[in-house]
Design a protein. Sequence first.
Lengths: 218, 218
Amino acid sequence: MRSYGHYCGLAKALDVVGDRWSLLIIRELLLVDAARYSDLQRGLPGIATNLLATRLRELEAGGVVARHDAPPPIGTTVFRLTARGKALEPAILALGAWAAPLLGECTERDEVRAHWLALPLQSYLIDTQPTHRPSTIEIHTGDGSITMEIANGVVRGRSMPWTGTDPVSDPDLVLSGAPHLIMGLLMRRLSLGAARARGLSARGNTHVLKRLAVRPST
Amino acid sequence: MRSYGHYCGLAKALDVVGDRWSLLIIRELLLVDAARYSDLQRGLPGIATNLLATRLRELEAGGVVARHDAPPPIGTTVFRLTARGKALEPAILALGAWAAPLLGECTERDEVRAHWLALPLQSYLIDTQPTHRPSTIEIHTGDGSITMEIANGVVRGRSMPWTGTDPVSDPDLVLSGAPHLIMGLLMRRLSLGAARARGLSARGNTHVLKRLAVRPST
DNA sequence: CGGCATCCACAGTGATACTG
DNA sequence: CAGTATCACTGTGGATGCCG
């Protein structure tokens, strides 16, 4: 991308991450920590393969992404965020929060990946019962599933594909349905009854939902 | 711009403000509150006029910018941010903060506009003596000047071009020099002596600098 | 298979010129 | 002042091919 050539923080940021797809690649790496090329392709539906290769090179040159040769169990190169790359998380969360009203009622032919939900969930939800033993919620939507772990006052979301050697057997609650129903329920904008009436399925101990609260001030 | 078609907050945000120049137009409107077309051109060096027109139309359609017919003193159309547009401020500040390390030592042929400094200054600085009478600092760099008002615990930056009917006569302190020296001094990363040694000029009551502190937690 | 490179049609961009 | 018109150029998206 052409540099804007402005002595201004925002312009300098966009010089590095302002290209099409760049911030979404970083979102993907924030979520999965380390990803192969093909994992990124699956997490970025619609990206052309040449663009993904080009962007990864540019982000590497920009000090945001690093390339590693993973040991035998994977045996191929994986991509990770550098510390500078991880430092983009607040900006990405702020943009995502701004767009929350745009994630309307019904999903209009949009692609869905379950692990995309992990970022907003773990940043906007807290565990109100830090002293209790950990609870887990399994979420099925779109293509696959993620597991939320509620423990020690915080909420963590993990995607299943290949981060997990432990499939977290026996979750306390299993949710499945359209993503906006799941988000509405977990963010406490929708009651369980309302969400169920609109097609959400919730099996297991629904009391664990009471453990969740929206983070107060951000 | 083509929509990403992802059911994801970040992607939806980029669908609206992810185009080239869009966020910089919003930065400009955050800084000046209301601007004419030609004001925007001056604040966005390098933008092609057709692109500015196109982007303004798209941002209007996206509910971020609104067009108003200003009364006689100006007599032409002005552009403003909507409430939704102003809500982008945290995201823009986060991106700008991330890029702070990229605003290196010396300005390498970058364009500079004095009012670009106002946004980081008023978000990262506080007034440590809220009960004192207001102090003002005039800053000259790049093309023009801005005035910082330090009062009631907060810092406000205002650009001169045409927001002001009151030129704030008699500032307590007048700073002029390269932008990174001014930012370094005000953000307390540079001592007054060091900044002067590198070419900064400071005339007036330099004690008002003691009134400023970097905001604690963000 | 995973990680690209190449090719091509087309949409977006940037510089300049021009207009009501 | 606030754009529109034109046009060369660059970036994007889709398909396919290559190579370890």
